[in-house]
Design a binder for this molecule. Structure first.
Ligand code: F6R
Length: 609
């Protein structure tokens, strides 16, 4: 959600910032801007639209200097336009600010500043910040330190000033992440390490309430109160190559194809196949801590919430512990019943989702132990949780979550087997069987990817639909939700996911030739029931695309199109059904000419409420 980058050092800041900004574009892409101190003046270039537009502006009016900041925006206050794009500056054009997050008291601050004579040029909440800093005395560092005392909300800031032309100030308060990168020829500021990977993999994440002062000589870290902080940088486990498209037309397709590797990496090193054991020492969820767990609450947003819904089935079935699942943005405001005997599991690809972090803080305030399932090492969620189970999906750049989802499912399976073995609700033989099946999943995914072309034709069958209904039952119901979310977010076709048995209570009214139904119907306990629901659709002239087991003979007579799924245990099946659903959405969107990696109105990491 918005991306920040900054640089000070030996290189020419203008081109370096533009280069980094391109790798950040997936975080927000409705407008962008760069600010550089050029020959003692503050120079800004801003434009509405994608970074390509900004690049055109910078081709005509290049920027050169040793220090600068840049931003790609996902609009919250004020529509996408050049005037609302960051950086924003003060009345004297002496300093500029890029901002990620929200300033909640911006209206009252703006009124006060306007009454003191400050003039504003945008509709954003951000613009109060440069004016507030302008109204304070002293160095840019001291003035910023005073100004942040007035700000309410969550924010990450990058600031430059022509009065101190080779300095950059970074501030973090609350959710939005911000890190400093240490390169041989300079220092970077970034909201996402993948933006600066070609220059350095050594990064230091700012904690809440910290400021960093970057100059050509080095980096100084202090708290808002002025106390010096000494913390070494850490090494990002990904290189620049992993964060590129690697010959695929879109990141989303590349990431779908990476799933066999990502799944292997997520269970690799954690499983003893012969003993039927899962080793998750990093969680601290053993002995007394585990014995205390009487109830589990899963909190997450979007696709990660869908993974949580699958997790409920797996955890309840293997561990025989009651599990509740909540959308994080609802959970945090409903005074949940949580106690020290409740284990909270927060799931998030980015580890920076504001609502999920809010839910975690709510749980912790009620003395619940918190475990995170997260993809980004060192993210805020990972740091705040008592224990972390990392998914090793690698960087996910496509806005639509794919490999993050399937690896979250794998992590949940591992966690459930680990807990069930420790609680004695799963025999070593049953654990061994499940783990052997899990070990086969990457090959089964590869098999389906090898048949992806068939899904292109099914995508073509969806491309002109007004609306699409996704049906699933039991553990496949969350997959119906996920399939529908994937389709709507990247193709803009309206889609809804429903428990198949619930269709007759209302949504059946939608069925006609123009509203295809995607039925997720692998063999399993509820197969016959799902088949009956498919018949109900057919009886109303509905068109059916079915995902069914490879040896299912009945389905061919009941569906217009069938995609065949390999066999695995019912609890693991969602990892397999996810893949054709992702590809179906991908092909439908590509055939409609949509921007798959950067769908309208969305951003990768939602760091505001
Ligand atoms: C959908 C999607 C979003 C995210 C959601 C949570 O494809 O990507 O729904 O799943 O914003 O993000 P994380 O997992 O980073 O907390």
């Amino acid at each position: 959600m918005c991306g920040i980058v900054g640089y000070v050092g030996e290189r020419d800041a203008g081109p370096v910032l533009l280069d980094c900004l391109k790798r950040l574009e997936y975080r927000g892409y409705d407008s962008a801007g760069v600010g550089v101190i050029q020959e003692g003046r503050l120079e800004l270039r801003r434009s509405a639209g994608k970074i390509l537009e900004l690049e055109r502006v910078m081709e005509q009016r290049p920027l050169h200097g040793r220090a600068g900041i840049a931003h790609t925006r996902w609009a919250t206050h004020g529509r996408p336009s050049a005037a609302n794009a960051h950086p924003h500056s003060d009345c004297a054009s002496s300093l500029a600010v890029v901002h990620n997050g929200i300033i909640e008291n911006h209206r009252s601050l703006r009124r006060a500043l306007e009454s003191q004579g400050h003039r504003f040029g945008s509709e954003t909440d951000t613009e109060v910040i440069p004016h507030l800093i302008e109204s304070r005395r002293g160095s840019i560092e001291a003035a910023t330190q005073e100004a942040v005392q007035e700000l309410e909300g969550d924010y990450a800031l990058g600031i430059i000033s022509r009065r101190e032309p080779e300095k950059l100030v970074a501030v973090r308060s609350g959710g939005p992440p911000l890190s400093v990168g240490f390169a041989p020829d300079g220092f970077f500021l970034t909201s996402d390490a993948s933006a600066i990977l070609p220059y350095t993999r050594e990064v230091l994440s700012l904690e809440e309430g910290e400021m960093a002062v970057l100059s050509r000589e080095g980096v100084r870290l202090v708290t808002f109160g002025g106390r010096a902080v000494d913390r070494p940088p850490t090494r990002v486990p990904w290189d620049a190559e992993t964060a590129q498209k690697g010959g695929f037309p879109h990141f989303m397709l590349k990431e779908i194809w990476e799933q066999p590797r990502a799944i292997r990496d997520t269970w690799g090193g954690r499983v003893d196949l012969e003993a039927g054991e899962v080793r998750l020492a990093e969680l601290g969820l053993e002995g007394e801590a585990l014995a205390r767990v009487r109830r589990i609450v899963l909190v997450a947003c979007g696709t990660s919430w869908h993974a949580s819904l699958v997790g409920k089935h797996v955890l309840e079935s293997l561990c025989r512990i009651p599990v509740e699942v909540d959308v994080a943005s609802e959970y945090r405001y409903r005074s949940p019943i949580v106690d020290p005997w409740t284990l909270t599991i927060a799931i998030s690809q980015s580890g920076e989702t504001a609502d999920t972090l809010g839910a975690v803080r709510e749980s912790r305030a009620r003395q619940s132990m918190v475990v995170a399932i997260c993809n980004v090492v060192g993210s805020t969620l990972a740091r705040e949780a008592d224990g972390v189970l990392y998914t090793h999906a690698g960087p996910e750049i496509g806005v639509a979550s794919t490999k993050a989802f399937t690896t979250q499912l794998v992590a949940l399976d591992l966690l459930a087997i680990h807990m069930a073995r420790a609680k004695g609700t799963l025999s070593p033989e049953a654990a061994r069987t499940l783990l052997h099946e899990l070990a086969e999943i990457p090959c089964l995914v590869e098999d389906m990817l090898g048949r992806a072309e068939g899904l292109r034709d099914l995508g073509a069958a969806l491309r002109s639909s007004r609306s699409v209904l996704y049906l699933g039952r039991g553990i496949q119901y969350p997959l119906a939700l996920e399939g529908a979310l994937k389709l709507k977010e990247i193709s803009y076709i309206h889609a809804e996911g429903y428990p198949a048995g619930e269709m007759k209570h209302g949504p059946i009214a939608l069925i006609d030739r123009a509203v295809p139904v995607v039925a997720i119907a692998p063999q399993g306990r509820l197969y016959e029931k799902t088949l009956s629901n498919i018949e109900e659709v057919r009886a109303r002239d509905g068109r059916v695309i079915a995902l069914a087991s490879e040896d299912d003979r009945e389905i061919a007579g009941k569906a217009d199109h069938v995609f065949r799924l390999p066999r695995t245990s019912e609890l693991l099946m969602p990892i397999l059904t996810a893949v054709p659903l992702q590809l179906l959405a991908y092909y439908a969107a590509v055939l409609r000419g949509c921007d798959v990696d950067q769908p309208r109105n969305l951003a990768k990491s939602v760091t505001v409420e």
